[in-house]
Design a protein around this ligand. Structure first.
Ligand SMILES: C[S@@+](CC[C@H](N)C(=O)[O-])C[C@H]1O[C@@H](n2cnc3c(N)ncnc32)[C@H](O)[C@@H]1O
Length: 272
């Protein structure tokens, strides 16, 4: 099992939340996502001159990596619905061959893409089969749709459950993990590929244990990870202090590793 120790050794540590925006926190505390994205990029062997759609590009660091792979003759169209994240992307990762655009799974620019890259974003998209169809229609024959996402059992630490249930509301986590985000099993993703004409080129999973240095670090990270859905300024300081004590100011680990699923789907023939 992979242990992402870097999460506990961040060079940027903030004492407690809200000094950054949710997008700023995502940029600081998205080591898991960047790790998953780099794994996927390595697998793709993207050719110079390719056109890549980065769907749900977040704060843009992986779009920048993709842009170095496609080179000066290629293009990266990087889309995300979150304006704050795109602002960071434009400030930090602009490049002549990247276009950052505010759009989502239904409104991304239509085109003839060599690669559609979707790292840790598909769980935010409700109609996943509809997305598969749209991606298929906008891929060149021979192109591929690359996805990385956690499987159905996205774990929450015990103290995290207390934080969200007691200090926000008992409905917060079920809403996040069943309505706002939807996680599917590897089999579901495989069936959707079969239903929409994709060939599965590769399908792998990896268990990744994550931990954060303490409760405040976990809150910072979740502020970024849950986007605008979780606002730590709603937490009452006294109640939070109780939870800090209860956590022993010790590292927060996931009760079980995240099972990261990774798929590369190919469009071999233009069947439509
Ligand atoms: C966990 S982040 C991943 C960002 C980036 N791919 C990375 O690896 O750092 C998920 C991203 O999906 C975006 N997102 C949410 N709903 C979306 C939708 N319907 N279509 C496309 N992207 C969406 C969010 O704004 C967020 O930036």
């Amino acid at each position: 099992m992979k242990r992402l120790a870097t999460l506990a050794k961040l060079s940027v540590r903030k004492p407690h939340t809200s000094q950054l925006t949710q997008a700023g926190n995502y940029e600081c505390f998205s080591q898991y996502q960047k790790y998953a994205g780099m794994q996927l990029i390595k697998k793709l062997k993207i050719k110079s001159g390719s056109t890549v759609l980065d769907l749900g590009c977040g704060t843009g660091s992986l779009a920048k990596v993709l842009s170095t792979q496609v080179g000066a003759n290629g293009r990266v169209i990087a889309v995300d619905p979150d304006e704050e994240r795109l602002e960071i992307a434009v400030q930090k990762y602009s490049s002549a061959n990247i276009e950052f655009i505010k759009a989502n799974d239904k409104s991304f620019p239509l085109g003839n893409y060599d690669v559609v890259f979707c790292n840790d974003s598909i769980q935010w998209i409700r109609d996943k089969e509809g997305l598969y169809r749209r991606v298929y229609q906008n891929l060149l024959p021979g192109g591929c749709f690359a996805i990385s996402t956690p499987d159905t059992s996205f774990p929450i630490p015990h103290i995290g459950k207390k934080l969200f249930d007691n200090l926000l509301s008992p409905g917060f986590l079920p809403r996040m993990n069943k309505q706002v985000m939807t996680y599917l099993s590897a089999n579901d993703y495989k069936h959707m590929a079969d239903n929409t004409g994709f060939q599965i080129t590769s399908m792998t999973s990896e268990n990744i244990a994550l931990y954060w240095t303490d409760l405040d670090h976990y809150i910072d990270a979740m502020y970024g990870w849950f986007g605008g859905e979780f606002d730590p300024s709603q937490l009452h300081e006294n109640a939070l202090n109780q939870l800090r004590k209860e956590s022993g100011y010790a590292p927060i680990s996931l009760p079980e590793p995240i099972k990261k699923l990774e798929f590369v789907l190919s469009k071999f023939l233009d069947l439509v």
